[in-house]
Design a protein around this ligand. Structure first.
Ligand SMILES: *[C@@H]1O[C@H](CO)[C@@H](O)[C@H](O)[C@H]1NC(C)=O
Ligand SMILES: *[C@@H]1O[C@H](CO)[C@@H](O)[C@H](O)[C@H]1NC(C)=O
Ligand SMILES: *[C@@H]1O[C@H](CO)[C@@H](O)[C@H](O)[C@H]1NC(C)=O
Ligand SMILES: *[C@@H]1O[C@H](CO)[C@@H](O)[C@H](O)[C@H]1NC(C)=O
Ligand SMILES: *[C@@H]1O[C@H](CO)[C@@H](O)[C@H](O)[C@H]1NC(C)=O
Ligand SMILES: *[C@@H]1O[C@H](CO)[C@@H](O)[C@H](O)[C@H]1NC(C)=O
Ligand SMILES: CC(=O)N[C@H]1CO[C@H](CO)[C@@H](O)[C@@H]1O
Length: 381
């Protein structure tokens, strides 16, 4: 196995020798477990991935509310590579035509998603083992050193992610810097949820989960390849992209004429970006996802400018769910529309849209720190 070893320097940074023996050890499959009151999470170094997230439902039953596999050695060879609960980088989501121009130079990237680049193409961060650099009972840090031109973009990038648990809350903190030259940096946490842990006898699909985005009055129009066109839309109340006026079930608009192909050609549901309003109060809950069946609700706070929301149209019933999930007698797989990914990030393909004024949030050079912060707080309805 290729799991990275905690270096001596990293151990010294997090604990004295006496305490080291009490630090969480990985299980036989390489998973590290951290916990805090009401919440337990497991991680592997591959793609800095969250493999399990346990919270209590309204009956006090522990539910594993994120997608993933029991078999940790499957993640690196998974042909579907859905970026399960991982950190894609150095530039998340799509780059139009696989190209961008920075400081007078035009760069050409691998087109790995139709005509576009997705999650930075070959050598992207979600396909590699990160280094474990710090560990305590309730937090874990992974780091990533990206070589210049690893994905066709200039300059090396040093990045890290720290996952910390406090009572009922999962905090995610990323930082990155480009010490040599200016380069695009835009990260996200790509977690997929099913708050019923696929155990709801009435449905294993996501449509009856409820979503509220009280500050998302705008979204980015996208083309048939799910690439932003440049237009910023302001959806009417109760139209397909309205999650601001009231909490709506994710499937509330499934009868609308624009439901099919809403997330690109041949895709129903969502795979686009909701933008936050300019006046979001600091620390406000910008998204709440809940399910009446478990009664679990998850509240997101973030310093990011929007959310990509994907309702798993492309899951096709071949990926297994975990032994911590599911229902006896039902096939233990993720069916199409079985999950929702909620990805906090800056505006998709902003490096190709200077008119959006996102360049100072997406291009970083020497002395400028990229900082990404979010937290998910769990409770019951
Ligand atoms: C886990 O996945 C690896 C890689 O696909 C495979 O070789 C191995 O047989 C799997 N183990 C189990 C127990 O399924
Ligand atoms: C991609 O290239 C096509 C054809 O060259 C062009 O029409 C389109 O505007 C380009 N899109 C982006 C996002 O650069
Ligand atoms: C990401 O990197 C891996 C390994 O280099 C590569 O196989 C894969 O095609 C790349 N692209 C995308 C979306 O994943
Ligand atoms: C992990 O650390 C080793 C040793 O310092 C380094 O060579 C390697 O590039 C690091 N890997 C990543 C993904 O940062
Ligand atoms: C989902 O919610 C709708 C609307 O409230 C309801 O009519 C339907 O019965 C629910 N379906 C399931 C499977 O719970
Ligand atoms: C939106 O739907 C809600 C619930 O059905 C309704 O109360 C409200 O009047 C609708 N708003 C508009 C503008 O139609
Ligand atoms: C795998 C899967 O469920 N794909 C669906 C994606 O959406 C299209 C358009 O509605 C369906 O035809 C597919 O079945």
């Amino acid at each position: 196995m290729r799991f990275q070893i905690l270096t001596l320097g990293a151990v010294a940074a997090v604990a004295t020798a006496a305490v080291t023996s009490k630090l969480p050890k990985p299980d036989k499959d390489g998973r590290y477990t951290i916990s805090a009151p009401g919440i337990t999470a497991k991680f592997i170094p591959y793609a800095a991935t969250l493999t399990n997230l346990f919270v209590k439902d309204k009956h006090g039953i522990e539910r594993d509310v994120v997608l993933g596999y029991d078999n940790t050695t499957f993640y690196p060879v998974d042909p579907g590579h859905p970026v399960y609960n991982a950190i894609p980088g150095r530039y998340a989501n799509r780059i139009g035509n696989g190209t961008f121009t920075l400081d007078g130079v035009t760069y050409h990237l691998e087109k790995n998603d139709g005509p576009n680049t997705l999650h930075s193409g070959t050598n992207n961060w979600s396909y590699h083992f990160w280094n474990l650099t710090a560990l305590t009972k309730n937090s874990i840090t992974f780091s990533y050193h990206d070589a210049a031109f690893a994905e066709g973009m200039p300059g090396r990038v040093d990045a890290s992610v720290t996952y910390t648990l406090t009572a009922n809350t999962w905090h995610i903190s990323m930082s990155a810097e480009s010490p040599d030259v200016r380069t695009p940096i835009m990260l996200t946490d790509h977690t997929y949820f099913n708050l019923d842990a696929f155990a709801n006898p009435a449905t294993d699909l996501i449509w009856n989960h409820t979503l509220h985005l009280p500050y998302s009055h705008r979204n980015l129009e996208a083309d048939s390849a799910a690439l932003p066109t440049g237009n910023i839309l302001e959806p009417e109340e109760n139209s397909t992209d309205d999650f601001y006026s009231a909490p709506h079930q994710l499937g509330f608009a499934s009868g609308n004429a624009d439901w099919v192909n809403h997330c690109g050609g041949g895709c129903h549901g969502y795979n686009g970006q909701f933008l936050f309003d300019d006046n979001v109060p600091k620390g406000a809950v910008v998204a709440e996802l809940s399910s009446a069946w478990t009664g679990i609700k998850a509240q997101l706070r973030t310093n990011q400018a929007g959310l990509v929301i994907y309702t798993c149209n492309w899951s096709d019933g071949t990926a297994p769910i975990k032994s911590t999930q599911g229902l006896k007698g039902r096939k233990a797989v993720v069916n199409g529309d079985g999950c929702v990914a909620i990805e906090a990030q800056d505006w998709v393909d902003g490096i190709n849209h200077p008119e959006w004024n996102r360049l100072d949030k997406q291009i970083f050079g020497p002395g400028q720190e990229y900082k990404w912060e979010s937290s998910w707080t769990f409770g019951t309805l």
